[in-house]
Design a protein around this ligand. Structure first.
Ligand code: NDP
Length: 331
């Protein structure tokens, strides 16, 4: 039998945490033959709720779940973890300035970076979900210099999956027959959902999604805004944010990273930019990536037309500003 993998979830008593931990315990993230030990961290005001989640995990009697650590101590939470899913963060409250939210999150991610750096297992893989996800991930990277940059990522897979969902509805095809959409840039309203290279499996072979949709106006307009604003639409409908789909996509992100993507298929991940596609190096930016043997690589050589170029640059610009704002909060 395989040794258990230790998976940390921060903010585990929150909405996304509540949806995510049972998925992990059922093998959705790492496979149905991979035992797991869950480490759940939350802040002291949420300690009782966190204990309630732990009680439910016990009650669910998941065969793959070999242990649960539920704690408000960041060192205890981070010790020995192989995978860290960072969901905890300071929420944007009404009337708060962007800088105030940034400042709170920068200090959270700075201290959690140090705890992970000192106590996580070697080669720990980190996924940041809490917003501003790209910039929180960047701060985590900066304050955990001994964790390789390639191990620190942020979630744009939900946006990627939302793009697949929209194309599936539009073309009335199965989501599993569509591949290679791309989310470029920031997990924010400047993200660029791009179907220029996406394909659809049809009874007469693989076809370009763009040609099948054959409505560039929709692809360049409503499609993009629908994906960008889907989170707000869910809040409006549910009066709560999108926790189920966020949790599910976090599992997709880690599963593909660890177990690999099928040949010829890519997914979107926020990763440390090396300057590919003329995106400034040193940002955490969402790119198309292929994964193999536990490592991602940015898919190279895709053509970028003028429309796309502008979108890639606009979201990079926002990330550059966020980075500057984050640094100004540090000093
Ligand atoms: P959620 O579980 O709904 O969301 C957690 C974080 O994920 C938020 O930053 C949220 O951003 C972000 N997020 C990213 N993608 C999505 C998406 N698609 N849909 C919704 N959220 C998304 O928040 P809760 O408030 O329920 O839970 C947060 C937990 O974190 C609480 O248990 C709290 O105690 C803990 N916490 C921990 C802190 C710490 O570690 N120091 C500080 C503060 C809270 P957005 O805000 O933009 O919705």
């Amino acid at each position: 039998a395989k040794d258990p993998v230790r998976v940390l979830v921060t903010g585990a008593a929150g909405q996304i945490g509540y949806a995510l931990v049972p998925m992990i315990a059922r093998g959705v993230m790492l496979g149905s033959d991979q035992p797991v030990i869950l480490h759940m961290l939350d802040i002291p005001p949420a300690a009782e709720a966190l204990n309630g989640v732990k009680m439910e995990l016990v009650d669910a009697a998941f065969p793959l779940l070999k242990g649960v650590v539920a704690t408000t101590d960041v060192v205890e939470a981070c010790t020995g973890v192989n995978i860290a899913v960072m969901v905890g963060g300071f929420p944007r409250k009404e009337g708060m300035e962007r800088k105030d939210v940034m400042s709170k999150n920068v200090s959270i991610y700075k201290s959690q970076a140090s705890a992970l750096e000192s106590h996580a297992a070697p080669n720990c893989k980190v996924l940041v979900v809490a917003n501003p996800a790209n910039t929180n991930a960047l701060i985590l990277k900066e304050f955990a210099p001994s964790i390789p940059a390639k191990n620190i990522t942020c979630l744009t897979r939900l946006d990627h999956n939302r793009a697949l969902g929209q194309i599936s509805e539009r073309l009335n095809v199965q989501v599993s027959d569509i591949k290679n959409v791309i989310i470029w840039g920031n997990h924010s309203s400047t993200q660029y959902p791009d179907v220029s290279h996406a394909t659809v499996k049809t009874s007469s072979g693989e076809k370009s999604a763009r040609e099948l949709v054959s409505d560039d106006e929709w692809l360049k307009g409503e499609f993009i805004t629908t994906v960008q604003q889907r989170g707000a639409a869910i809040i409006k409908a549910r009066k709560l944010s999108s926790a189920l789909s966020a949790a599910s996509s976090a599992c997709d992100h880690i599963r593909d990273w660890v177990l690999g993507t099928p040949e010829g298929t890519w997914v979107s991940m926020g990763v440390y930019s090396d300057g590919s596609y003329n995106v400034p190096a040193g940002l955490i930016y969402s790119f198309p990536v292929a994964c193999k043997d536990g490592e991602w690589t940015i898919v190279q050589g895709l053509s970028i037309d003028e429309f796309s170029r502008k979108k890639l640059d606009a979201t990079a610009e926002e990330l550059t500003e966020e980075k500057a704002l984050a640094y100004s909060c540090l000093s």
